[in-house]
Design a protein around this ligand. Structure first.
Ligand code: KE4
Length: 434
């Protein structure tokens, strides 16, 4: 049953005249899954309503940010209150330290941090600091990991870059890409080889501790510990990019879950409760190299924005206060839906591998295991596209790419899970009749 999408089409046609592809971020264009994206009118709890009044169970949640569901009352109230006192000052406010205190409580490895407006800014700034701190130039990242769109990090990146099957991005000079070493995830050997080849030249290793941007790929046992041991031995900075995993896989992110202490951490998404907010932080001796204290320049007009701070304090504060209920709840819900859909795939004879860590997972349309991007890339993306469309037509909105993680939050219910599994049963029939 195709849902009525006339208003969304009118909105898209208008948007396409002014915004390239009609979007402000490529993955929203549905190019990887085909069909036309619904335009959202509003969200509440676990649900989105499009411009034509169709309701969807939301399984991307602003790409992970909306862990408490849409229009979480305490966050709405906090933002409304802050807005009434003006949206931005470009001067310091007490709210910045209020949120910072919550962050360092959840992430003991972070001695000092700075707020920025996007994950891209956070990772770009963390790398600049690592290069200044070590006096070295090379950066190690991993194939399929996405750390935002700064030039040096668009090398074999995940998320939209992987979705569109582009090696990187036009406009990134070879001289810059050359300084980024992209290695296969979950291979300790590859990391050892890179450090042997570039002895004393590698400033940092940046990694999604649980990859979300190639689809969800958990670290192999001992892998993160090996990255920690190698970077410590070689004098390189270990940056855990927890923009997606922070406050999601545990209150203290993957570093809490796996017990690995990085030199620096980047955060985003949940930290701002859906408003433009991200942060980078870590050892004080590194962070104190930032202007105005040190020689590393980094700045931002809207950094620490009062509305974003208000939403972040409400969100992170709630997660902290209710952590004993929140994380078991989203674990239970995620396990039920991830395994329920996988069971329907098995019954339908559709090859599928499910990778999950807490409330982030991916149904890969390929036989497993999926332990790195090369294995993820064996997925039948055409089958995924048919699955995505069939689920959307039944009111279940999954991330529009095989190379993205699925998310849920505290507003989802077991009833939503049952509806999702029932929709999947129908969708697999569509997948098979290609
Ligand atoms: P932003 O600049 O998009 O706020 O954050 C970049 C970023 C950094 N690190 C990680 C681990 C991330 O997942 C992201 C952004 N995630 C994608 C979704 N996979 C953003 C969605 C989009 O590009 O529209």
């Amino acid at each position: 049953m195709s849902r009525q999408l006339t208003r969304s089409r009118v909105l898209q046609q208008r948007a396409e005249k002014l915004l390239p592809g009609g979007v402000d971020s490529p993955v929203r264009a549905f190019r990887a899954v085909g069909g036309e994206p619904p335009f959202v009118d509003r969200g509440e709890g676990a649900y989105l309503w499009d411009a034509d009044g169709n309701r969807y169970i939301d399984y991307f949640g602003s790409w992970g940010a909306m862990i408490l569901g849409h229009a979480f009352p305490a966050a709405v109230e906090a933002v409304q209150g802050a807005a009434a006192r003006s949206a931005s000052f470009g001067a310091s406010t007490g709210a910045e330290a209020d949120l910072a205190e919550l962050v360092v409580k959840a992430f003991p490895s972070i001695e000092k941090l700075r707020f920025v407006s996007s994950g891209t800014e956070a990772t770009m700034s963390a790398i600049r600091l690592a290069r200044a701190f070590t006096g070295r130039k090379y950066v190690v990242k991993f194939e399929g990991c996405y750390h935002g769109h700064s030039d040096g990090l668009l090398v074999k990146a995940g998320s939209g870059v992987a979705t569109f099957g582009i090696p990187g991005s036009a406009g990134v000079p070879e001289e810059i890409a050359h300084l980024t070493l992209a290695l296969p995830f979950n291979s300790v050997f590859a990391v050892e080889a890179a450090f042997a080849e570039h002895k004393g030249e590698i400033a940092c290793v940046i990694v999604e501790p649980v990859v979300g941007n190639a689809g969800c790929i958990p670290p192999a046992g001992g892998y993160l510990e090996a990255l920690r041991e190698i970077t410590a031995r070689e004098g390189a900075v270990l940056i855990l990019d927890e923009v997606m995993t922070g406050f999601r896989v545990a209150l203290g992110g993957a570093q809490e879950l796996y017990g690995v202490t990085p030199d620096m951490t980047t955060l985003g998404k949940i930290i701002g409760g859906g408003l433009p907010c991200a942060a980078f932080g870590g050892r004080a001796e590194i962070m104190d190299m930032l202007a105005p204290l040190g020689a590393v320049y980094q700045a931002g007009t809207l950094s620490g924005n009062p509305l974003a701070m208000a939403a972040g304090i409400a969100t992170v504060g709630y997660l902290m206060e209710h952590r004993d209920e929140v994380y078991p709840l989203i674990e239970r819900l995620s396990k039920a839906v991830a395994e329920g859909v996988a069971a329907e795939a098995a019954k339908a004879g559709v090859p599928m591998t499910t990778n999950r860590v807490g409330a982030m997972w991916t149904w890969f349309f390929t036989s497993g295991p999926v332990t790195d991007f090369a294995r993820a890339a064996t997925s039948d993306t055409a089958a995924f596209a048919r699955f995505h469309r069939a689920m959307l037509d039944q009111g279940v909105w999954l991330p529009p790419s095989q190379y993205e993680a699925v998310f849920l939050g505290t507003a989802h219910t077991m009833e939503d899970i049952q509806q999702t599994i029932a929709a999947a049963k129908e969708a697999f029939a569509a997948v098979l009749t290609a």
